[in-house]
Write a protein that binds this ligand. Structure first.
Ligand SMILES: Nc1ncnc2c1ncn2[C@@H]1O[C@H](COP(=O)(O)OP(=O)(O)OP(=O)(O)O)[C@@H](O)[C@H]1O
Ligand SMILES: [Mg+2]
Length: 388
């Protein structure tokens, strides 16, 4: 089945924009939520570290971990969108999402307080590898359960290892299953009885390196978690289920650069291994192609023009001729870039099966306001032939 971007924003429930760093995930996520709202859906975009100007445009000047609705006049200045269309945005705050989770699963307010006040927890809750990815998924789950939104578009962090984000819930489960973690979670006396010599040695060695205080914090942290693993485990499993749900769509964003395409290919492959389809491939910042002329022919033409300009007696003709020669050379450069980009893309385009494929040109300016988002939306949803 061939998917379409229209279907994605009109019928998708959760849309996850993934891809390697800097390719346009945040921009794409905002565009898709905007296009959903413009088609009458109650949409929210979850952004991660948006560029400052885009954050301002979305009303996210301050870190806001709860979604806030964007004034309609801003995203629908012409007033053409159906009245039930709504657009909201939030900027993921990893730490406070983690705090909320701890508070939810703590068996008592005292347990929550103990964890939240723990120094080790305070250090890891924002920084542990995979935490941001997991908390993005956690937020997604929360919006799905409690937010009442029809369309939830999720941005993902710029992880070099593209799969961190898919792996995140499982990674948390693995941490909870970890042997040392289990031993550390045991109440003190039982721990002393059971803890193997190896673990004690490990702790002693770690103490020497990082200081006893840190180790005490870590041990206290894991002990404070006692009784909460089950809640976390179930939650992580529900998040994984939501990711595999048929209403959840995956959008793979890439640029045509070789390095980005290689990462996109790897990502597509791993998604396939997880039995997840890529619903759309968005190739962003594509160089334009001007006709089908071959670059070598254009270079020859440039050389001829330069030669006749050189031979011309009239300075005005000379000048015009050499400028035209330079333009032909420039056109040849563009055709070469464009050919190279097309070559880079063949692999990934072949790998995404029936996914909708859309190209967005390299724009002259950043995309940092609603006008820019709408322009990208137009380019994505109304290909040139249709726009005329
Ligand atoms: N088609 C385009 N033409 C020109 N600039 C673009 C285009 N798409 C995005 N940009 C700009 O490129 C920059 C990176 O885009 P964006 O922040 O969406 O990428 P990202 O994948 O979210 O990055 P990160 O991985 O760092 O989070 C932004 O300044 C954005 O405005
Ligand atoms: Mg981003």
């Amino acid at each position: 089945m061939t998917h379409s971007l229209h279907d994605l924003v009109e019928h998708g429930h959760i849309v996850i924009c993934c891809g390697t760093g800097g390719v346009g995930k945040t921009t794409t996520a905002a565009v898709l939520a905007l296009e959903g709202a413009r088609r009458g859906r109650d949409a929210v975009v979850v952004t991660i570290d948006p560029a400052k100007r885009l954050a301002n445009a979305l009303g996210l000047a301050e870190l806001s971990n709860t979604a806030h609705e964007i004034d309609r006049a801003l995203w629908d200045p012409e007033g053409g969108a159906p009245s039930n269309g709504r657009l909201a945005a939030l900027m993921l705050d990893t730490k406070s999402t983690f705090d909320t989770l701890v508070t939810r699963y703590a068996e008592s307010p005292q347990q929550a307080e103990r964890i939240l006040a723990n120094r080790f927890y305070r250090n890891i809750s924002g920084a542990l590898s995979g935490t941001q990815e997991y908390m993005a998924m956690e937020k997604l789950h929360e919006l799905h359960e409690d937010g009442g939104y029809e369309l939830i578009v999720v941005d993902t962090p710029p992880t070099r290892h593209a799969l961190d984000f898919l792996d995140a819930p499982q990674r948390l489960l693995r941490l909870l299953d970890n042997h040392i973690f289990r031993l550390l979670m045991m109440p003190t006396r039982a721990y002393l009885r059971v803890a193997s010599v190896a673990v004690q040695m490990f702790l002693r060695t770690v103490s020497k390196v990082v200081g006893t205080e840190v180790v005490e914090d870590v041990v206290a942290f894991f002990r404070a978690f006692e009784g909460m693993e089950q809640g976390f485990r179930e939650r992580a499993e529900r998040v994984m289920k939501l990711l595999a749900d048929s209403g959840t769509r995956f959008v793979l964003v890439t640029t045509p650069r070789r390095d980005a395409v290689e990462e996109a290919e790897f990502f597509a492959q791993r998604l396939a291994e997880t039995s997840i389809d890529v619903d759309a491939l968005i190739v962003n910042r594509v160089h334009p192609r001007f006709g089908d002329e071959n670059p070598d022919g254009l270079r020859r033409r440039a050389a001829e023009l330069a030669a006749s300009a050189g031979a011309a007696a009239d300075p005005a003709v000379k000048d015009a001729g050499s400028r035209l020669a330079a333009l032909y050379d420039n056109l040849a450069d563009f055709q070469e870039i464009s050919e190279r980009e097309a070559t880079h893309l063949t692999g990934v385009q072949g790998r995404v099966g029936g996914a909708a494929i859309a190209h967005v040109p390299f724009l002259a300016t950043d995309v940092h306001d609603f006008e820019g988002l709408r322009e990208v939306g137009r380019l994505l949803f109304e290909p040139a032939e249709v726009r005329g």
